[in-house]
Ligand binder design. Structure first.
Ligand code: FMN
Length: 193
C-alpha cells in the first residue's frame, strides 16, 4: 500500500446524503465487512466501547417521518415547505441505518472523551471502507435523529451516538464541492530550546 493510495482514499471520503441513495440494498455480508473494520479502530486500554445496531424494517420509514414532523414543528411552512416535508418523510427509506452506540467499559473508567474519540476512529474506518466500496454514507447526529434514538432499546449505561447512513448511489449524482483550510493554518511547530 502506498501513501499516495491512502491519501487518495482519505480525500475521496465524503458525506453523501440519503436523497442520493438508490433502492438497491447493501448485502448483509458487505455491512458486516464495513462494521468489522470499525472494530479495528484503536482504543485506549483496548476498551472497544461500542456496539452497532442495524435499524431495519419500520425504522427506515419511521425515522424519515419523525424528521419531517420534527422540522415541520420547528420551522414555519415557508422555511420547511410541503414539498420538503413530503421528501423528508421518505428520506431514510433507501438507507441502511447503523446506530452507533457507546457502551462504557466499567472496569477501565477512562475519561469519556477518550472513548468517544475511539468511536469516531471506528466511524472513520467505516467511512473509508464505504468509500473504497463506492457506497455513499455519512454520520448523522442531528437533533431530530438524536431524539429518534431515544426509541431504541439500550442498556442503562449506553448512549446513542447517532446513525451512520449507508446506501448505494443513484446514477449521475452531483457531488458538492469540498475543500479544507490550508495546512499552514492548522499546523505549527513549537521548538523548545
Ligand atoms: C460527529 C459528526 C457528526 C455529523 N453529523 C452530521 C449531521 O447530523 N448532519 C449532517 O448533514 N452531516 C453530519 N456530519 C457530516 C459533516 O457535515 C461532514 O463530514 C462535513 O460537512 C464535511 O463534509 P465531508 O464529510 O464530505 O468531507 C457529521 C460528521 C461528524 C464527524
Amino acid at each position: 500500500m502506498t501513501i499516495k493510495a491512502i491519501t487518495k482514499l482519505i480525500k475521496e471520503r465524503k458525506s453523501t446524503y440519503a436523497y442520493d441513495f438508490s433502492e438497491k440494498e447493501i448485502p448483509k455480508n458487505t455491512i458486516e465487512d464495513i462494521v468489522e473494520n470499525a472494530l479495528w479502530a484503536p482504543t485506549h486500554l483496548h476498551t472497544q466501547p461500542w456496539r452497532f445496531i442495524v435499524l431495519k424494517g419500520k425504522h427506515q420509514q419511521e425515522l424519515g417521518e419523525f424528521m419531517a414532523d420534527y422540522y415541520r414543528e420547528m420551522y414555519t411552512e415557508k422555511k420547511f415547505s410541503n414539498e420538503r416535508f413530503e421528501a423528508t418523510k421518505n428520506y431514510s427509506k433507501n438507507a441502511t441505518l447503523l446506530a452507533v452506540i457507546f457502551k462504557p467499559n466499567k472496569k477501565a473508567k477512562l475519561p469519556e472523551w477518550e472513548e468517544l474519540a475511539a468511536i469516531a476512529c471506528g466511524v472513520q474506518n467505516m467511512w473509508l471502507s464505504c468509500t473504497a466500496l463506492n457506497i455513499g454514507c455519512y454520520w448523522d447526529t442531528s437533533v431530530a435523529t438524536m431524539k429518534y434514538g431515544k426509541s431504541i432499546d439500550l442498556d442503562g449505561d449506553e448512549k446513542f451516538l447517532g446513525i451512520f447512513y449507508m446506501g448505494h448511489l443513484k446514477n449521475e449524482i452531483q457531488f458538492r464541492k469540498r475543500k479544507r483550510k490550508s495546512l499552514s493554518k492548522k499546523l505549527s511547530y513549537d521548538y523548545k530550546n
